[in-house]
Design a protein around this ligand. Structure first.
Ligand code: MLC
Ligand code: AMP
Length: 476
């Protein structure tokens, strides 16, 4: 199955139905289909051919969806870029993916000093193109997306996700979570990550359930969006659920009565948040576990016990096993490899084809998995991933800085946040505000350390590796 076939029940079979609400506008499936046909014709005229990468730096919007659907029709590798990324991070992806073009929103920082197509201009220009388009033929193994993950080596790697990967994931979730055409989805996740794209957008287009897409999650207005739209289904990261705990009890109960299912993932959901949410909203949040490279692997059951602190049981179609505590997975959901990185790809799989997730877990006697940690030093803040090394490398390039280490420290709302330890050059003085400003200018805001601590030297072991656990003790 490919994504065009997956989306056929809505785009082609229910053209007259309103499928999407966005910013006060409504859009039918037929309109979405025709808009993306026009855009596909335009992009073909721009020289795009099957197999080309199309880099997209764009907020959630109808234009985002148009480009995505056009990309599928043309057989391109859709390459989304996190819109919180700044020059350094964007340039790395552009250099690595070598897209035919970058598309960015008007007023976006990605347009500065870059030759990019402006999404709003494209939407306007596409109106002059034909709404007939003959899509290219696609196979299960055809690549659909190139999604950059924060790399252990400090630089993000592109994960190649195929049509078959995404289709398998969407169908598995639809069955496991009983998603149905008469559900209503409030989609506040960014579409540039697989959580919003693979779980949100794909199940929407597979089922044709009414979806309200938000340009982004805003803590100030999210409760009102719930009251106004009355979704039955919501997918979120734990930080979103923390924010939802601010609702007053009557409001929360009313939202809970309209809803059927709340799902959490991308970062650990604290058991306390699970309990408080249940008290307020009357729902046991269903926690699941996934990864860019694998899409969804393990999930608490829809029927049956949703056990707080665990990520549940292997999803149907996903084989899971533990090797020395590490979770290994196999299934149609597992990606095709890292873009132009055969060695990293080979290292990510065992000889008999199991993908090494790098996550460490235990399994209860009745089969529930609990994530205990990670093999690498990944920090997850608000559901966004940060590798310390990337920030450390940047800090070491700054004048006056001799050495730097970054660790994750507990944060009440974001789960974790990065904190930096700095060793200054002889004679240099520390200016935490200045370092923070420099970080802000060059990296996504969620990567900027929340505190900078000066130390005489970093604790290192005999091999020269930073002993982060010792730093963690110092930050208590
Ligand atoms: C956050 N910000 C955004 C933004 N989201 N800016 C523009 N567009 C967005 N979509 C910025 C804010 O402006 C602010 O910047 C900072 O981020 C934090 O904002 P906040 O108001 O404090 O946000 P908060 O209420 O805490 O919510 C943050 C959040 C965000 C939950 C909206 O963390 C988020 O979108 N997380 C989702 C991450 C995600 O989708 N992960 C999936 C990865 S896939 P400033 O400059 O003021 O600091 C994966 C696999 C799997 O992991 O298993 O799913
Ligand atoms: P990403 O690289 O952005 O795809 O992030 C994937 C990582 O997020 C996984 O390897 C896990 O470490 C983490 N993750 C995803 N879901 C959960 C969860 N429910 N609980 C804890 N960690 C999670």
């Amino acid at each position: 199955m490919n994504l065009r076939a997956l989306f056929r029940p809505s785009l082609e079979e229910r053209p007259g139905d309103v499928g999407l609400e966005f910013g006060g506008l409504q859009c039918s499936f037929g309109e979405l289909d025709l808009r993306s046909n026009r855009l596909a014709n335009l992009l073909a005229a721009e020289g795009f051919e099957s197999g080309d990468r199309i880099a997209v730096y764009l907020e959630n919007s109808i234009e985002f969806i148009d480009i995505y659907l056009a990309s599928i029709k043309l057989g391109l590798l859709f390459t989304p870029i996190n819109i919180l990324y700044r020059d350094r991070e964007i340039d790395h992806i552009l250099r690595d993916a070598e897209p035919r073009r970058l598309i960015a929103g008007r007023n976006s920082p990605a347009l500065e000093n870059r030759d990019a197509l402006v999404a709003e201009d494209l939407a306007e220009a596409a109106r002059r193109f034909s709404s007939d388009f003959t899509p290219c033929s696609l196979k299960r193994a055809s690549p659909a997306c190139l999604v950059y993950t924060s790399g252990t080596t400090g630089r993000p790697k592109g994960a190649i996700l195929t049509h078959g990967n995404f289709a398998a994931n969407a169908r598995t979730l639809i069955d496991a979570w009983r998603l149905a055409p008469d559900d209503r989805l409030l989609l506040a996740l960014p579409l540039f990550h697989v959580h919003g794209l693979g779980n949100g957008l794909h199940t929407w287009l597979a089922l044709g359930y009414r979806t309200r897409l938000l340009d982004r999650f805003r803590k100030e207005t999210i409760i009102q969006e719930f009251l106004d739209f009355r979704p039955t289904v919501f997918f979120g990261v734990p930080t979103m659920y923390e924010r939802l705990l601010d609702a007053n009890p009557d409001t929360a109960r009313s939202i809970g009565q309209a809803a059927r299912l709340f799902v959490s993932g991308s970062a650990p959901l604290p058991a306390r948040t699970f309990e408080r949410f249940r008290e307020l909203y009357g729902h046991a949040i269903l926690e699941r576990y996934g990864m860019t490279e694998t899409l969804m692997n393990i999930s608490n059951p829809y029927d049956g016990e949703r056990r707080p602190g665990t990520v549940g049981l292997p999803l149907p179609g996903v084989a899971v096993r533990l090797q020395d505590g590490e979770i290994l997975v196999k299934g149609d959901n597992i990606f095709a490899g890292y873009w132009r990185q055969p060695e990293a790809t080979a290292a990510a799989f065992t000889e008999d084809g199991w993908f090494r997730t790098g996550d460490v877990a235990t399994r209860s006697e009745d089969g529930y998995y609990t994530l205990e940690g990670r093999r690498t030093e990944l920090i997850i803040t608000g559901g966004f991933n940060v590798y310390p090394r990337e920030i450390e490398e940047f800090l070491r390039e700054q004048p006056g800085v001799a050495d730097a280490a970054v660790i994750g420290v507990p944060h009440a709302i974001k789960g974790e946040a990065p904190a930096a330890f700095i060793v200054l050059r002889p004679g240099a003085t520390a200016d935490a505000a200045e370092l923070q400003t420099r970080c802000r200018a060059h990296m996504a805001s969620f990567k900027v350390p929340i505190v900078f601590t000066c130390v005489d030297r970093l604790p290192r072991n005999a091999l020269g590796k930073i002993q982060r656990h010792l730093l963690a003790q110092r930050s208590d």
